[in-house]
Design a protein around this ligand. Structure first.
Ligand code: UDX
Ligand code: ADP
Length: 458
C-alpha cells in the first residue's frame, strides 16, 4: 500500500497529474519536486492566479489538495528518500547535439534523475516513467538503478500521460484509458489502486513495459497524422474550390473514421507531436526500417510545409512584400487555453515573415513577452536585437490591431471571435487583410465588413 509519492518535475505533466492524484487519494502524501526554485515558488503561491501553468480547472484542484496531502518542494533528495513510489516527469527534449541530433530524445535529465534516485534510496521503490520516452528506456533506467543503487529493489513501471494541454484536468478526471506497463504484478497493482480511486477499472489497461512505452509514441503519431492528413487536403481544397471543413465533416461522419482531430490549421505544435514522431522515426531507422521511418517522417514534413505555406500566402496576398508592414498576430500559444508555446506554429510563421522584414505585433491572452522572445531567439535566425526591433508584444488586442495592414490568427482563443470586428476594420489600414490560420472567424461577417478574408482550406 503506497503511503508517499514523490514526483520529480513540476511541469505541464507532473504538476496537473500529481494534483489530481492527490485530490483523489487524500490518504496518500504527494510531493512534487523540481530543481527550478521559481517554478516551485509559483506552485506554492497563496494567490492561485500565479500558478506556473494555466489550465482550466487546475486552481480548484490545487486549492482542495495543496497543504492537505499535496506539497511542492525543491527538496528533491528528501522526497525521494521518503517515497514508496517515484514518478519521473522531467522534460525529454529532442537532442540538439551529437548522434541523433534533431531526432532522438535527449535522455540526460532522465538519467540524472535515475542516478539521483539510486544515490538517495535506502528502501525499495517503485519508479514510474511518466515522461514520454523512447521505447526500451525502462531498461536503461533499471540498469542505472540496479548498478548504482545500494542494493535496494527497484521496480520500473511505464505510465504514459495522455492528457492534452488546455483540457488536462478534464482529461485526468475522465481518461479514455490509463496505461500501465510493467513486469512485476505487485508494483503494477499498486499503481492500478491509485488510479482506481476515480477511474473505472475497465479503463485501466496493463501491458508489458515495451508496449506501454511504444503505445504513447504511436498514439501521438496517429493523432498528428490525422492533422497532417486534413492539412494536406486543405491545400487541395484551396486549389479546387472545395471547403476543407465541409470535407472533414463529411469524412468524419463515417464512424470508422470519426470526427475528432480533423480540424485543418496552420499546423500542429506542442511539446509532444513533433518530438514523438521524430523519436519514432529515429527508432525505426535504428532498426533499419527505412520505409516505416519515411512514412512517419512525412507527417512532420507536411506540417512544416503547412506553416511555410501560410506565411507565403500572407506575403503573396500582400502584393509580394511585407517589408515594414504591420502584421497583428492574434495568438502565440500552440493551441487555446494554455500558456504553452513550445513548437507553436506562430513561432515559425513569425520567423518567416521577419525574414521579409515585416513588423509583427503579437497579442496572446496568456503567453508572456519574455517567452515569445525566448522562442524566437532560440531559432537563432537573427540577433536578439533584431527580433526585438521587428517584433513587439502588447498587452491588449487593440494595441496589436491599431493601424495594422493585416491580422493573422495563429491560435484559436475564443475571445478573438468576440471582438468588435467592425471597429477593428476602422482602426486598420486598407485593404484590411485577415489571414485565419485556425478557421475561427466567420467569412461572411468579415466580408460584409469589407475585410479581405483568407482562411486555410477555402
Ligand atoms: C497531445 C495529445 O493529444 C495528448 O494525448 C498527449 O498526451 C500530448 O500530446 P497536446 O499537444 O497538449 O496533446 O494538444 P493537442 O490537443 O493534441 O493538439 C496538438 C496540436 O495539434 C495543437 O497545435 C492543435 O492546435 C493541433 N490540432 C489538433 C489541429 O491543428 N487540428 C486538430 O484537429 C487537432
Ligand atoms: P513536461 O511538459 O514534460 O511536464 P516541463 O519542461 O514542463 O515538461 O517540466 C519538466 C520539469 O522537470 C522542469 O520544471 C524541470 O526543471 C524539471 N527537472 C528536470 N530535471 C530535473 C531533476 N533532475 N530534478 C528535478 N527537477 C528536474
Amino acid at each position: 500500500m503506497i503511503k508517499k509519492i514523490a514526483c520529480i518535475g513540476a511541469g505541464y505533466v507532473g504538476g496537473p497529474t500529481m494534483s489530481v492524484i492527490a485530490q483523489k487519494n487524500p490518504h496518500i502524501q504527494v510531493t512534487v519536486v523540481d530543481m527550478n526554485q521559481a517554478r516551485i515558488a509559483a506552485w506554492n503561491d497563496p494567490d492561485l492566479a500565479n500558478l506556473p501553468i494555466y489550465e482550466p480547472g487546475l486552481t480548484d484542484v490545487v486549492a482542495e489538495a495543496r497543504g492537505r496531502n499535496l506539497f511542492f518542494s525543491t527538496e528533491v533528495d528528501q522526497a525521494i528518500h521518503e517515497a514508496d513510489m517515484i514518478f519521473i516527469s522531467v522534460n525529454t527534449p529532442t537532442k540538439t547535439y551529437g548522434k541523433g541530433k534533431g531526432q532522438a530524445a535527449d535522455l540526460k535529465y532522465i538519467e540524472l534523475c535515475a542516478r539521483q534516485i539510486a544515490a538517495v534510496a535506502s528502501t525499495d521503490k517503485i519508479v514510474v516513467e511518466k515522461s514520454t520516452l523512447p521505447v526500451r528506456t525502462a531498461q536503461a533506467l533499471k540498469s542505472i538503478l540496479d548498478n548504482t543503487g545500494s542494493g535496494v529493489n527497484f521496480h520500473i513501471l511505464s505510465n504514459p500521460e495522455f492528457l492534452a494541454e488546455g483540457t488536462a484536468i478534464s482529461d485526468l478526471h475522465h481518461p479514455d484509458r490509463v496505461l500501465i506497463g510493467g513486469e512485476d504484478d505487485r508494483a503494477i497493482q499498486a499503481l492500478v489502486d491509485i488510479y482506481a480511486s476515480w477511474v473505472p477499472e475497465d479503463r485501466i489497461l496493463t501491458t508489458n513495459l515495451w508496449s506501454s512505452e511504444l503505445s504513447k509514441l504511436v498514439a501521438n503519431a496517429f493523432l498528428a497524422q490525422r492533422v497532417s492528413s486534413i492539412n494536406s487536403i486543405s491545400e487541395l481544397c484551396e486549389a479546387t474550390g472545395a471547403n476543407v471543413d465541409e470535407v472533414a465533416r463529411a469524412v468524419g461522419k463515417d464512424s470508422r473514421i470519426g470526427s475528432k482531430f480533423l480540424k485543418a490549421s496552420v499546423g500542429f505544435g506542442g511539446s509532444c507531436f513533433q518530438k514523438d514522431i521524430l523519436n519514432l522515426v529515429y527508432i525505426a531507422r535504428s532498426y533499419n526500417l527505412h520505409e516505416v521511418a519515411d512514412y512517419w517522417e512525412q507527417v512532420i514534413l507536411l506540417n512544416d510545409h503547412q506553416k511555410t505555406r501560410f506565411a507565403e500566402r500572407i506575403i503573396r496576398t500582400m502584393y509580394n512584400t511585407v517589408n515594414g508592414k504591420h502584421i497583428a498576430f492574434l495568438g502565440w500559444a500552440f493551441k487555446k487555453d494554455t500558456n504553452d508555446s513550445r513548437e507553436s506554429a506562430a513561432i515559425y510563421v513569425a520567423d518567416h515573415l521577419l525574414e521579409e522584414e515585416a513588423q509583427i505585433v503579437v497579442y496572446d491572452p496568456k503567453v508572456p513577452a519574455e517567452q515569445i522572445y525566448r522562442d524566437l531567439d532560440a531559432l537563432g535566425t537573427r540577433s536578439p536585437e533584431d527580433n526585438r526591433r521587428l517584433l513587439q508584444v502588447v498587452e491588449s488586442p487593440s494595441l496589436a490591431l491599431q493601424d495594422a495592414h493585416a491580422v493573422a490568427v495563429l491560435t484559436e482563443w475564443d475571445e478573438f471571435r468576440t471582438y468588435d470586428w467592425a471597429l477593428v476594420k476602422q482602426q486598420m489600414k486598407r485593404p484590411a487583410f485577415v489571414f485565419d490560420g485556425r478557421k475561427l472567424l466567420n467569412r461572411k461577417d468579415l466580408e460584409v465588413l469589407g475585410f479581405q478574408y483568407y482562411a486555410i482550406g477555402e
